[in-house]
Design a protein around this ligand. Structure first.
Ligand SMILES: C[S@@+](CC[C@H](N)C(=O)[O-])C[C@H]1O[C@@H](n2cnc3c(N)ncnc32)[C@H](O)[C@@H]1O
Length: 251
């Protein structure tokens, strides 16, 4: 069994959590919780889209501190029209040690009890898939510890919304590659949405080639723009037809 390397968590001079492995911050210095709500929830039109649904599935690239999970969980708890079952699937190559998770969570007292509930079920840092039953089994967290690029092709679950959060494409291009975007598209239900803070051209092109129709929106705080997208089956049919005709398809 290949051992996992835990995250090397440090805090910069502003107190923002950073990864030593990537020399990158885990979230915007302007506020992690507010960023999660603006970019990931807002960008996927949540909570509106889970309302009245029996089951709703979110998939995230990069679990990190669990901040996006906690922001989503809190929103779900405060929504009286919440879906019956919320699945949150996330992949993490360098999971945090439990003590580091607690240090990071201390910045958000509003998550107090739910963050503690997450930490109480935090798995041993062994590679593979871990399933956590949260919120009286109404939130199911599936954590894939390992490289998202290797784990995603093995994964099967129809996904309604994607949170793309894998450090910057400049420092971590694999997490935004054509291969990764195609793995996401394979799981997307028709009309599935995505959101991310990155508007890099490479990211937009990789997503478009995987049949996500992308659009820029106003970004969070000091960031001018962010990206949202919708999986378009017609685009897929177009590509399948072009492939059948022997015409090269991007990506
Ligand atoms: C910006 S942080 C994610 C923050 C997180 N979404 C949160 O809410 O706290 C990016 C994460 O992607 C992880 N990561 C980077 N490359 C990866 C890969 N190839 N597979 C899985 N996770 C990866 C990093 O270890 C890091 O935890």
């Amino acid at each position: 069994m290949i051992a996992l390397e835990p995250a090397h968590l440090v805090f910069n001079a502003e107190g923002t959590p950073c990864s030593e492995q990537f020399s990158e911050v885990y979230h915007s210095a302007d506020g992690g919780h507010a960023q999660a709500r603006h970019v990931f929830l807002g960008g996927n039109d949540l909570p509106a889209r889970w309302r009245g649904r029996k089951r709703f599935v979110i998939l995230e690239t990069g679990f990190g501190l669990g901040l996006n999970l906690l922001a989503t969980w809190l929103e779900w708890l405060n929504d009286d029209q919440r879906c019956v079952e919320l699945h949150f699937v996330s992949f993490e190559k360098y999971p945090l040690r439990i003590g580091d998770l607690a240090r990071a969570h201390a910045a958000w007292p509003e998550f107090g009890r739910i963050a503690e509930a997450l930490r109480n079920q935090w798995p041993v840092l062994s590679p593979g898939v871990h399933r956590l039953e949260l919120a009286q089994r109404r939130i199911i967290l599936t954590l894939g510890f390992g490289d998202a690029l290797q784990l995603l092709p093995e994964f099967e679950m129809p996904v309604d919304a994607f949170y793309l959060d894998g450090f910057s494409p400049a420092k971590n291009p694999e997490m935004w590659s054509g291969a990764l975007c195609r793995s996401l598209a394979r799981l997307a239900v028709p009309g599935a949405t995505l959101a991310t803070w990155s508007v890099a051209g490479t990211v937009r092109r990789a997503l478009s080639a995987a049949n996500f129709v992308v659009e820029k929106r106003p970004g969070f705080a000091s960031k001018r723009q962010m990206l949202v997208g919708r999986y378009d089956c017609q685009a897929m049919h177009g590509d399948v037809e072009r492939e059948a005709q022997g015409i090269a398809v991007d990506g």
